[in-house]
Each structure stands twice: as structure tokens, then as C-alpha cells.
Design a protein around this ligand. Structure first.
Ligand SMILES: Cc1ncc(COP(=O)(O)O)c(C=O)c1O
Length: 307
């Protein structure tokens, strides 16, 4: 497939240093070529695990407590014993960053699975030797084109659904639901997928949370069917403290297509502008509200780092 732009919400600038990064695997920190988990690992076999994406800014993992709250809550909900507390995770991350000489512009993917199974079957009781913890840290900066060109979204048939199927709040290893959505969007000629909720209201994208701006107001979905994104919550809080009207509500594609601006939120890209939805351009290149929120978010990160 040929595409005039080629990026996703997680496209980072190339950095040769990432060829030789060291990765944490259950207490060992080894070169990426040596970093391996078993084919019997429940994460590989079933996608049975939880993960967090975090960013390092000037020596500080931004909003670490919020990420840990979500991570431990998710693990508890699926009876996945982390095997250490929040301080233990912080120490493992500190050691990994130190081994890599990393201090800023770093993205971390922290992954915990139920561990190696005794047999290649589904039952969680077959994981008997404790969890597998892997920490990948890469030098990482979002490409500039994400800001200048924005992201082209396509609405897709795949939804992020009701909590009794697989709660959208789980940052689970299995992302097949989102991968299918992303494929559907790509096949429609877009960069990423705009997913609806089970009732047809605009919900989220396959990898980020989704906001629109209409007549000076910032709208996002109710939050019932999407990831409880840390960045999403920070944007809502920033709007509230800065007298920007913000609403978590049901709205349809009618309102999304007619928005003055739209943007995505996530730890990697912070706020990424949306250029088009289903081929319909969204607003102009000015994006005053998106820019205002980006400025407020940068200031918040600065405050977080200086604490
Ligand atoms: C489906 C989905 N939505 C949204 C997000 C953004 O969450 P956060 O802002 O915590 O990075 C993520 C990140 O893991 C995600 O996987």
C-alpha cells in the first residue's frame, strides 16, 4: 500500500543508540539481543499480562504514581501478583535507566506477565514460577510531522466495548482488539482508527484517547469504554483549573466531523493533532485550543520534574 504520509501516533525519530540498549528481564539487565522470554510465557502464549508506557523527562518519570495506580489496580483485578511493590518497580526502572545512561527523552514499556507455564494451555494455574517482568527503555522523541501534519483517522467497525467482555481500562498485553482496529483504519487509507462505543458514540482511538474542540469547549467521551489514560485525565484537570469548559459526554460522528479541532492524548505524544476523520479535514492548521493545552501540559511536566 502506498501512503502519502507514513506515521502513526507512536512514530519516533530514528536513534542509533537504541540498537544497543539494555533491557531488564526478571532482575537481569542485558543487551537487547540477549533479552529473551520463554515460548511458554503466558504473555507470549495468551497475551496474559499488563503493561504501562511511561516517559522520562529530565530524570523524572512523569506521573509515575498515576501509572503505578493503574498498573497495580489492573494486576489486582486479574489476580496477577506483581511480586514487588511500587518502590520495587521504581528501583528496577532506576537501574535500567542507569545501565543505559538515560536521563531524558526516554520511553519505557514496563511489562508484567503471569510467567512461564508448565503446559501450553490457558489455565492461569499453569503459571507456577512467578511473574515475568520486562522493562524496555528506548531513546525516543515523537517525529515533528505528528505536529505539522497531524494524524488521519478512519472510523472502523471494531469497537472498544462493554466492561464484561474485556474492560477497556485494562492495559493488557493482548491488544488484538486495537490491532484489528488499526488494520481496518490502515486498509481505509488512514493512520489510526477512531473507535466508537457499543452505542455508536465517538469513543477513543486504537492507541490514544480522543478529544474534540467545539466553539471553545473541549469534549471527550464519557470514559466508560476507553482506557483511563493518564494524559487524558491530566488534560481534563488542566482544562478545569484553567477555566476551559470541558465535558466528558456522549457525542456522535456528526459533532466530531464538525469540530473546530481534534487531538489525541497519550504518554508518548502528549497531545497530537488530528488532521482528518474519514477523509474530512478537521478545522484549520491554527488549532488554538490544542496549542493552549499543549503549552499548559508542558508547564505541568516542568512542574512535575522540579518537584
Ligand atoms: C488504547 C489506549 N488508549 C489510550 C492510551 C493512553 O494512555 P496514557 O495517557 O496513560 O498513556 C493508551 C496507552 O497505553 C492505550 O493503549
Amino acid at each position: 500500500m502506498t501512503r502519502d504520509t507514513s506515521h502513526s501516533t507512536h512514530t519516533a525519530t530514528d536513534d542509533d543508540r537504541n540498537r544497543n540498549i539494555k533491557i531488564y528481564v526478571n532482575g537481569d539487565i542485558v543487551h537487547r539481543d540477549e533479552a529473551k522470554v520463554s515460548v511458554y510465557d503466558s504473555g507470549f502464549m495468551l497475551g496474559d499480562g499488563m503493561w504501562e508506557g511511561m516517559r522520562l523527562y529530565d530524570g523524572t518519570w512523569a506521573f509515575f504514581d498515576e501509572h503505578m495506580d493503574r498498573f497495580f489496580n489492573s494486576c489486582k483485578s486479574v489476580s496477577l501478583d506483581v511480586g514487588m511493590d511500587k518502590a520495587g518497580i521504581a528501583e528496577a526502572m532506576r537501574k535500567t535507566a542507569e545501565a543505559n545512561g538515560m536521563t531524558t527523552d526516554v520511553h519505557c514499556r514496563l511489562m508484567l506477565t503471569r510467567g512461564v507455564k508448565t503446559k501450553p494451555f490457558q489455565h492461569p494455574g499453569l503459571s507456577q514460577s512467578g511473574p515475568t517482568l520486562v522493562i524496555i527503555m528506548e531513546h525516543s522523541k515523537p517525529v515533528e510531522a505528528l505536529q505539522s501534519k497531524g494524524i488521519r483517522l478512519a472510523t472502523v467497525p471494531q469497537v472498544r466495548g462493554l466492561p464484561m467482555a474485556q474492560d477497556a481500562k485494562y492495559n493488557s498485553h493482548s491488544k488484538l482488539n486495537c490491532v484489528i482496529a488499526c488494520l481496518q483504519a490502515e486498509q481505509a487509507g488512514a493512520d489510526e482508527a477512531l473507535m466508537l462505543d457499543p452505542y455508536g458514540f465517538v469513543n477513543t482511538t486504537n492507541a490514544c484517547n480522543f478529544f474534540i474542540v467545539r466553539r471553545g469547549e473541549v469534549w471527550t467521551s464519557t470514559g466508560d469504554y476507553c482506557m483511563n489514560g493518564v494524559t487524558r485525565q491530566k488534560v481534563i484537570d488542566l482544562c478545569r483549573t484553567n477555566d476551559i469548559p470541558v465535558f466528558e459526554k456522549n457525542y456522535s460522528l456528526y459533532e466530531a466531523y464538525g469540530a473546530n479541532e481534534a487531538f489525541l492524548t497519550g504518554t508518548f505524544g502528549a497531545q497530537t493533532p488530528v488532521a482528518a476523520i474519514d477523509g474530512k479535514p478537521i478545522g484549520s492548521d491554527e488549532r488554538p485550543m490544542t496549542k493552549r493545552i499543549q503549552t499548559l501540559y508542558k508547564a505541568l511536566i516542568k512542574e512535575e520534574v522540579s518537584r
